[in-house]
Design a protein around this ligand. Structure first.
Ligand code: 13P
Length: 256
């Protein structure tokens, strides 16, 4: 049975350590006592230490929003996987905002996913088509290319801790969320690619939906047999809303 993974991607919010720790504590309190869901928060890298100190070890897992593939060297502004070890358990790789604004490519996403795994971090590999790609009927082509590239550096999936997030770009921050069945169709495609790479492990990998996921629509995704959680942006900045999404995951049927 796959345990749903609900990850809050805080993006470039909040803007002070005290707000970040307050939000993290509120999420920790909301997640306390919840079984059957993995709750993850991904604060800005600069707040990871503060948040870790505040929440301690417990029901809330920490993730980073990106990282460099390399361990050290002349990479101005970057964060090495060695620096994240002990601070973050998860790391989002290939978010569409990094692809759009920071030159992340299919190739760099593949290198980073492999590096995360090599350093004991659980990658949340994010894929998704843009609005014009969807309009032109290219969704399945884009997903195929992005998923294969993201996983190109992995010889097997078992034991990697991999999570895949399907985040259609047109749904991010727009309120125009994908329908449950549409997200399920893409999740099925993703799982089929996972099965080509590692037939034994494909059914163990959580596949998340992301893009305007809210307490109101979350259950519609979690009811889908191949969707095991969500990557949440805006709603993860409100502890109540994030808690409601965690509860929706707990109440949803388990998928195998
Ligand atoms: P929203 O939930 O704000 O649409 O953002 C989704 C996202 O990009 C999570 O990574």
């Amino acid at each position: 049975m796959r345990v749903p993974v609900i990850a809050g991607n805080w993006k470039m919010n909040p803007t002070s350590a005290s707000e970040a720790t307050s939000l993290a504590l509120a999420v920790r309190d909301a997640a306390d006592g919840l079984a059957g869901v993995t709750a993850v928060i991904c604060p800005p890298t600069i707040w990871l230490s503060d948040v870790q100190r505040a929440v301690g070890a417990g029901r809330v897992h920490l993730g980073a929003q990106t990282m460099a593939a390399d361990e050290r060297g002349a990479f101005t502004g970057e964060t090495s996987p060695l620096m994240l070890r002990g601070l973050a358990e998860f790391v989002i790789i290939g978010h569409s905002e990094r692809r759009q604004y920071d030159g992340e490519t299919d190739e760099s996403v593949g290198r980073k996913v492999a590096s995360a795994v090599a350093h004991g971090l659980r990658p949340i590999a994010a894929v998704g088509e843009r609005a014009e790609e969807r309009r032109s009927g290219a969704t399945s082509h884009v997903i195929d290319r992005q998923v294969r590239a993201a996983l190109a550096g992995l010889e097997r999936l078992a034991g990697t801790g991999l999570v895949v997030a399907y985040e259609p770009v047109w749904a991010i921050g727009t309120g125009d969320a994908a329908s449950g069945p549409d997200a399920q169709a893409v999740a099925v495609q993703i799982r089929a690619i996972l099965a080509e790479i590692d037939p034994e492990a494909a059914d163990e990998i959580p596949i998340q939906y992301g893009g305007s996921c809210t307490p109101e629509n979350a259950a519609a995704y979690f009811a889908q047999p191949d969707i095991d959680g969500a990557l949440v942006g805006g709603a993860s900045l409100k502890a109540d809303a994030f808690a409601a999404i965690l509860h929706a995951a707990v109440d949803a049927p388990r998928h195998a």
